[in-house]
Design a binder for this molecule. Structure first.
Ligand code: SF4
Ligand code: SF4
Length: 303
């Protein structure tokens, strides 16, 4: 049988905000949501592509010469790629002396991922950390996720899954068997507004959180706090009340919106809908935390 491959867009070592203690975070590529404020736009598309950063290009034309599929040509803006001809062979990536061509992700087998994770075991042992699988939406690549979690479980490594919980419930429950802790994003309690800002309704997400509560799988809920979107008292109170009913939830992390992803969108040539938002003030953060503490004692700012 062919070994399972997962599509990845980043691996972060010594991560301090993706679960308990020091962690290695694996970012699975592809997400069914399209949150306006997403700070990992390279993780939205399930497909790998090659982007060209023309501000790095020195005009040597090596890439055009090396492309066997004639997918590259000069244009007014620099080097342009015909995606219909490009086979993602990455010859241009390897050839360019200016590192102007970059893949937006890559594929790794479960064994390759486990090999990378095992390099950091001394940090897990010292700190009580482990591995976090994030994204994108890791539940959207369930076979690769499951195999990776099973591999980590066999090695005795603590496993956190950072997810929107937007996936078939059966998939979530299968993954839950090998997950020590879930970090679940809860973006809005109003399903119409949830759809408006993320592209999907919240019914399945809320249902799945309740299912995790029923099986008692530990979770923390994360609220990306975006002024004007979800920081109003009604939404915060409804979120707190809902979370308080989920007895598996250990605490709430309030994640203040920040516009730091602007450069990533520019690099990918994508429009950043998050430009319309501003970071919450200290007053807004304090008010939000105080409101949530009416429902759960463990409320923190940041992950
Ligand atoms: S190889 Fe790199 S520097 Fe040379 S033309 Fe192509 S993109 Fe520009
Ligand atoms: S990835 Fe390969 S096929 Fe695509 S543009 Fe680069 S060299 Fe050509």
């Amino acid at each position: 049988m062919d070994e399972i491959k997962s599509t990845i867009f980043a691996i972060k070592r010594y991560a301090l905000h993706d679960g308990p203690n020091i962690r290695t975070t694996i970012f699975f590529k592809g997400c069914p949501l399209s949150c306006n404020w997403c700070h990992n736009p390279e993780g939205i598309d399930f497909n790998i592509s090659i982007i060209t950063l023309n501000d790095r290009c020195v005009g040597c034309a090596e890439c055009i010469a090396t492309c066997a599929h004639k997918a590259l040509q000069r244009s007014n803006t620099g080097i342009s790629r015909d995606d219909r001809l490009c086979t993602l062979c990455q010859s241009c990536v390897e050839t360019c002396p200016a590192l102007a061509h970059e893949p937006t992700g890559w594929q790794m087998t479960t064994q390759q991922l486990l090999h990378e994770i095992q390099k950091d075991v001394p940090f897990y042992d010292q700190s009580g950390g482990g591995v976090t699988i994030s994204g994108g939406e890791p539940l959207s690549q369930p076979e690769g996720l499951l195999a990776l979690l099973q591999g980590c479980a066999a090695l005795g490594i603590h496993r956190t899954v950072d997810s929107s919980a937007f996936a078939p419930t059966a998939t979530l429950l299968r993954i839950a068997r090998y997950t020590d802790l879930f970090l679940i994003d809860l973006k809005h309690m109003n399903t119409r507004l949830h759809r408006q800002y993320t592209g999907v309704a919240n019914d399945l997400i809320l249902h799945n959180l309740q299912k995790l509560a029923e099986i008692g799988r530990p979770a923390r809920v994360r609220i990306p706090l975006i002024p004007g979107v979800n920081d109003d008292e009604i939404n915060i109170r409804e979120t707190g009340a809902f979370v308080a009913r989920c007895k598996n939830v250990q605490g709430i992390d309030v994640l203040p919106y920040h516009p730091s992803a602007t450069a990533k969108y520019k690099k990918l040539g994508l429009k950043y809908k998050g430009m319309q938002f501003t970071a919450p003030t200290q007053d807004t953060l304090s008010t939000t935390v105080d409101l949530l503490k009416n429902y759960l004692s463990d409320v923190r700012i940041g992950g």
